[in-house]
Write a protein that binds this ligand. Structure first.
Ligand code: NAP
Ligand code: G4F
Length: 363
């Protein structure tokens, strides 16, 4: 039985990866951070599993990392922990650099200090944001990097330090250059989830309007559950190498909105340009989407499109056999429709209860 350590196990990818590794017979250890509210929603269903273990550690705290690595003695480490929001990285650049750049170094050094450099394989969650102000489309492993946010600059350090440790110390450490991947577990402030949640709320009368930033931004969006399989495949490869993981398809934020609203029965028409663009309900003429400069970024990455040829050839991972763009949008919308319906039912129960208490029907 292999032992894996996942940093960032409470996140979208961490939760899917933990499930995948448990299904494949791994002993899974994950790091969590102390917080005043317990936020383990994505992994709650795994707690109590005999092969699932949690440890406190923070990527900003070397000692906590050394402690957990020396205790777990992992065969594989998946370093998924990060301040992962690009827009937030403009507000918290130093924190982002500490966690997303130096944090990677802390993991690599912990492995060396614990005498695991020859045995432990390390996956680093790298990103298509490295291509930033893109120099070619589509982007592959040889495309030059041009990071375009504090997040991307920090992740670029992570990418290079992994490569350096591979070459300097012969460590089996690799970067997965993953393009955007989404799911029903995606954080609610990333654009896809913000859209699917709003579509569900608007359809059920719980929200009036959705405010977004750049509607023309282009992304290569895949399904997170399909992508965690690749993280594992990268570490099972004969040699330590870096891989681009993407669908090879590109869509705009606007297209994502159209599909998501269509799924809840609302046909949208877009009118206007830039900050004056609006998404209008064709049937009622109501404006449902508006642009707010609050969601513009000082520098925005607008043209991401991945070429996953190498992953297909060497890892046998074929995006054509995986979740399509339309399936992804639909599954996210369906999950949010159910979530909003449950919330509404809860509200109704509470309203009824208050009424019954006031009328003395229940005591
Ligand atoms: P996510 O949902 O934001 O999860 C991030 C995880 O990192 C959470 O578990 C978070 O813990 C943890 N974390 C944050 N700061 C930490 C710290 N200082 N010490 C320890 N843990 C910390 O992100 P995701 O979408 O799953 O992405 C996983 C990784 O892939 C990230 O490194 C991200 O940058 C990278 N990536 C993501 C995508 C994508 O499209 N999803 C694409 C390319 C690369 P809390 O729950 O306590 O906050
Ligand atoms: O959903 P996003 O915030 O994701 P972004 O910036 O592409 O970053 C995600 O993917 C990266 C991989 O390329 C990861 F490394 C990173 O950790 C993260 O998971 O924004 C996507 C696009 C941007 O161009 C943004 O300007 O959507 C545009 N956008 C338009 N309106 C918006 C909004 N983004 C957000 N978050 N919120 C909006 O209202």
């Amino acid at each position: 039985m292999k032992t894996a350590l996942i940093t960032g196990i409470t996140g979208q990818d961490g939760s899917f990866l933990a499930e995948f590794l448990l299904e494949n017979g791994y002993e899974v250890h994950g790091t969590i951070r102390r917080s005043s509210v317990d936020f383990r929603e994505r992994i709650a269903h795994l707690e109590g599993h005999p092969s699932f273990h949690l440890h406190y550690a923070d990527l900003g705290d070397s000692m906590s990392i050394i402690q957990v690595v020396s205790k777990v003695l992992p065969d594989e480490i998946y370093n998924l922990a990060a301040q992962s929001h690009v827009q937030v990285s403009f507000d918290s650049p130093e924190f982002t650099a500490d966690v997303d750049a130096t944090g990677v170094l802390r993991i690599l050094e912990a492995v060396r200090l614990c005498g695991l450099a020859r045995t432990c394989r390390i996956y680093q969650a790298s990103t298509s944001e490295l291509y930033g102000k893109v120099e070619e489309v589509p982007q592959n492993e040889k495309t030059p990097f041009h990071p375009y946010s504090p997040y991307a600059v920090a992740k670029l350090y992570g990418y290079w330090i992994v490569k350096e440790y591979r070459e300097a110390y012969g460590m089996f450490c690799c970067s997965g250059i993953l393009f955007n991947h989404e799911s029903e577990r995606r954080g609610e402030t990333f654009v896809t989830r913000k859209i699917t949640l709003a579509a569900a709320r608007i359809a059920q009368g719980k929200q009036e309007k959705l405010y977004l930033g750049n509607l023309s931004s282009l992304r290569d969006w895949g399904y997170a559950k399909d992508y965690v399989e690749c993280m594992w495949l990268i570490l099972q490869n004969e040699k330590p190498e870096d891989f681009v993981i993407a669908t090879g398809e590109q869509h705009s934020v606007r297209e994502f909105c159209e599909l998501a609203f269509r799924r809840v029965g609302i046909e949208l028409r877009f009118e206007g340009k830039d900050a004056d663009e609006k998404g209008i309900d064709v049937k009622t003429g109501k404006v449902l989407i508006e642009v707010s400069p609050d969601f513009y970024r000082p520098t925005d990455v607008v043209n991401l499109w991945g070429d996953p040829t190498k992953a297909k050839r060497q890892l046998g991972w074929d995006p054509a056999q995986k979740t399509s763009f339309k399936q992804l949008v639909n599954l996210m919308v369906d999950a949010d429709m159910a979530k909003v319906a449950v919330e509404r039912a809860g509200e109704q129960v509470r309203t009824n209860l208050v009424e019954y208490l006031e009328k003395g029907i229940v005591k």
